[in-house]
Design a protein around this ligand. Sequence first.
Ligand SMILES: Nc1ncnc2c1ncn2[C@@H]1O[C@H](COP(=O)(O)OP(=O)(O)OP(=O)(O)O)[C@@H](O)[C@H]1O
Ligand SMILES: [Mg+2]
Length: 230
Amino acid sequence: MNDNPSPALLTASDLHKQYGSTSALDGADFTINAGEVVAVMGPSGSGKSTLLHCLAGIVPPDSGRVTYRGRELPALSDAERSALRREEFGFVFQFGQLVPELTCEENVALPLRLAGVPRKRAEARAEEWLARLEVADIAAKRPGQVSGGQGQRVAVARALVNDPRMLFADEPTGALDSLNGERVMRLLVSAARDTGTAVVLVTHETRVAAYSDREVVVRDGRARDLAGAV
Ligand SMILES: Nc1ncnc2c1ncn2[C@@H]1O[C@H](COP(=O)(O)OP(=O)(O)OP(=O)(O)O)[C@@H](O)[C@H]1O
Ligand SMILES: [Mg+2]
């Protein structure tokens, strides 16, 4: 651990993104420190997903800066950005996007296999993560054979298995009933806290804010800290 008082991991400033005549981002600023859990809230269509995609380097902003660990994302080559996403970022989307042909365990092991981890070791780590998310029993099933909540737990395990510095989660429990959703959210945040992973968590659920360190509200393409100060 270093004790730099404010180790900003990722910062974005003055992001603009236009889709036709729609201004999805209109001068959005954002910052997250190492290990911090930030909930991003705001009405539908306000720009939350667009912000997340720009922060993660999935979508290039029209203008503005995104800096991750001192490096400007838009300035990286496609290969460098892909490597960053593979090695340092984890993603969970609203519908887990698991690979249907693979078992749950193989899905979780996939990021490790892509990073060159030998099969046995990758499988062992995948099993550990499935157990941590309380779904060890479905390891051998395919995503089509498990419930929505179980699938999202597998997706969370897959996003965290390679120990990312940064997790991006866009409504990761949006498809679940609120009890199940809250449980998965709690597991996600506690697993991220154990591994020191910073989390940007887009959610409609106000209760989720209780698990976060900070809340940011996006309105009309601009992001604001709810409490005012960071
Ligand atoms: N690929 C796209 N093409 C055209 N318009 C888009 C695209 N992506 C987003 N938009 C528009 O940009 C605005 C912001 O969209 P965004 O998906 O970021 O909102 P959101 O806050 O994530 O909404 P939700 O809560 O419904 O997921 C919306 O008006 C949306 O219609
Ligand atoms: Mg969205």
